[in-house]
Design a protein around this ligand. Structure first.
Ligand code: NAD
Length: 484
């Protein structure tokens, strides 16, 4: 079946204003299976104008928090109804096994929508005691208002879940949105917009403009009626977005990459740590922002742990993820295949040793062998750069202090995991590691109520939880003079 995907603007389907299209390519077969509209500045303007109209006296602006919450609840129900279809859409677009999004992305997205339904009427203001106004008493209070039209720019690795993180929070806050999905994965965002229409959201509240980052994404960052850009993606694009959006002082939230350490102490449960490290390395072919791609292991167990992890890597069944028994599909695109292989070669050239995997030869489908390096040090490119593929780098340490220093010797700070059975050490290390999220004996737990985001190059701001909805509001203070 050939997919022909268009923009979704103000409740209707539109081709690109100049008719251009982007091919969609299956990463398993490398066959073109459809196309999407290649959005233009004109398309973005149409969508942003529609979203803005809804805030300026449109039906959406008349709804109160409880009513927005009801719509979010309905949307959650519809996403749940179509969850298998949505999981398959995301999985097929990037060659991922549908089992992962069914187990993780969809339940998380539905939970986010349900949680946001509750947040929508809890965005309260404050009354603030003041010293009065030139001797006259005053009453000062604050209200939370929606920040405005949001440009939501989304990557390809977990398209629906990441779109919903933004959507749920910004709708709870009363904002409207133009979503720019990744050019590889527009399907689930478009279906989500159709579901929102079915749920009863007024047309124009949720718009989707498909296309490239340097056209659609840039046009969103430059549009004067976009108040906030919420971006998830690479630090390179994030840097450019902040520069462009900064000219008009737009609010910017950036969820960027990571090179997250998994610290394995010698007193850890060996089996639990092994399972957690393998999951953190190989889930979604390693194309996860929180991928635990730096395995820091205590020297006394490093050989045994490395060998067991290598066995786990070799045991992964790589192939067409729609076939039974296959655990890992290809990476999502040719550029990613080339990037991962380039880094594996660089690891070899810089002197690290392969325990499993290695450079993959191109064949039909962008399959990469799960790869484990040992004899590495933290200065190597395979220890410092985000590879975004199934590649793990093992580095040994001798003391807790050294483990913490290695963990923090990174430009990134998204996530970290501590594997130990020593409770005091677990909390001590969690406190010392510079990251937005630390898992103790669990890799990257996600929950609708937990904040998510990074420090350093991993980004600015947090998504998730009630504070994630607050981040889509502006606090306004109102003061009334109370003469006696
Ligand atoms: P990317 O930066 O190439 O693209 C992300 C999105 O931004 C896409 O929609 C793209 O079209 C758009 N874009 C690209 N350049 C742009 C520009 N100059 N202006 C505006 N928009 C632009 O990233 P990707 O390859 O799609 O995703 C992988 C990256 O995303 C990795 O670095 C990964 O760690 C990160 N990521 C982070 C999180 C998180 O929560 N921190 C989650 C998932 C992915």
């Amino acid at each position: 079946m050939t997919e022909h995907l268009n923009h979704f603007i103000e409740g209707a389907s539109f081709e690109a204003s100049d008719g251009r299209r982007i091919n969609l390519v299956n990463p398993v077969t490398e066959q073109v299976y459809g196309s999407s509209a290649q959005g233009t500045t004109e398309d973005v303007d149409r969508a942003v104008t529609a979203a803005h109209r809804q805030l300026e006296g449109g039906a959406w602006s008349q709804l109160d928090g409880a009513q927005r919450g009801q719509l979010l609840s309905k949307l959650a129900d519809l996403v749940e109804r179509d969850s298998e279809m949505l999981a398959d859409m995301d999985a097929n677009a990037i060659g991922r096994s549908p089992i992962e999004p069914r187990r993780m992305d969809l339940p998380n997205a539905i939970a986010n929508l349900r949680a946001a339904a509750g947040w929508a009427n809890q965005l309260e203001g404050r009354t603030i005691p003041t010293g009065g106004y030139f001797g006259t008493k005053t009453l000062s209070y604050t209200v939370r208002e929606p920040v405005g039209v949001v440009g939501a720019i989304v990557p390809w690795n977990s398209p629906l879940m990441i779109t919903v993180w933004k959507l749920a929070a910004l709708l709870a806050a009363g904002c409207t949105v133009v979503i720019k999905p990744s050019e590889e994965t527009p399907q689930s965002a478009l279906h989500l917009a159709v579901l929102a229409q079915e749920a009863g959201f007024p047309d124009g509240v949720i718009n989707v403009v498909t296309g490239y980052g340097n056209e659609v994404g840039r046009a969103l960052c430059e549009h004067p009626l976009v108040a906030k850009i919420s971006f998830t993606g690479s630090p390179e694009a994030g840097r450019e977005i902040q520069r462009t959006a900064g000219v008009l002082f737009k609010r910017v939230a950036l969820e960027l990459g990571g090179k997250s350490p998994q610290i394995v102490f010698d007193d850890a449960s060996f089996e639990d740590a092994l399972r957690g490290c393998a999951l953190g390395l190989f889930a979604n072919q390693g194309q996860v922002c929180a991928a635990g791609s730096r395995i820091l292991v205590h020297r006394s167990i490093a050989d045994r742990f490395g060998a067991a992890l290598a066995d786990a890597a070799k045991a992964v069944n790589v192939g067409d993820p729609r076939q039974p028994g296959v655990q890992m599909g290809p990476v999502a695109k040719k550029a990613q295949f080339d990037r991962v292989n380039r880094y594996i070669q660089l690891g070899i050239d810089q002197g690290a040793s392969l325990l499993a995997g290695g450079v993959s030869t191109p064949e039909r489908g962008w399959f990469v062998r799960p790869t484990i390096f040992t004899n590495a040090n933290n200065a190597m490119a395979i220890a410092q750069d985000e590879i975004f593929g199934p590649v793990g780098t093992l580095i040994t340490f001798d003391s807790e202090e050294e483990a913490i220093a290695l963990a923090n010797d990174s430009s990134y700070g998204l996530a970290a995991t501590v594997w130990t059975t020593d409770l005091v050490r677990a909390h001590r290390v969690a406190a010392a590691v510079k990251a937005g999220a630390v898992g103790i004996n669990c890799w990257s737990p996600l929950d609708a109520n937990l904040p998510w985001g990074g420090v350093k190059t991993s980004g600015i701001g947090r998504e998730g939880g009630f504070a994630g909805a607050v981040a889509y509001t502006e606090e306004k203070v109102i003061t009334v003079l109370l003469p006696s």
